[in-house]
Write a protein that binds this ligand. Structure first.
Ligand code: ZN
Length: 87
């Protein structure tokens, strides 16, 4: 019955007093929600509260994914701009 949080224990120190991270530099407000990103209140490690493992891979995928999408949008706009100006 001693289960103060619904998150998996910290992969670094084993404590289970993690708190949800609401905003991160890599994912804004959406990223940490998608990956159940939590922060250990004992040692400060940030990890996936669902699996109890590091979110590093998800973060990189999310970061690269959003970068590619932004790049495609910018590239698409540049292409449209180029086509419009060339006529
Ligand atoms: Zn910890």
């Amino acid at each position: 019955m001693q289960n103060p949080t619904q998150y998996a224990p910290c992969p670094s120190c084993g404590q289970s007093n993690a708190k949800k991270v609401s905003y991160t530099w890599w994912g804004g407000a959406l990223g940490p929600n998608m990956f159940t990103h939590v922060k250990c209140q004992n040692c400060g490690t940030q990890y996936n509260g669902k699996t109890g493992q590091s979110n590093q891979r998800n973060i990189i995928l999310y970061f690269v994914g959003s970068f590619v999408i932004a790049f495609c949008i910018c590239g698409g706009l540049a292409a449209v701009n180029f086509l419009l100006q060339s006529q």
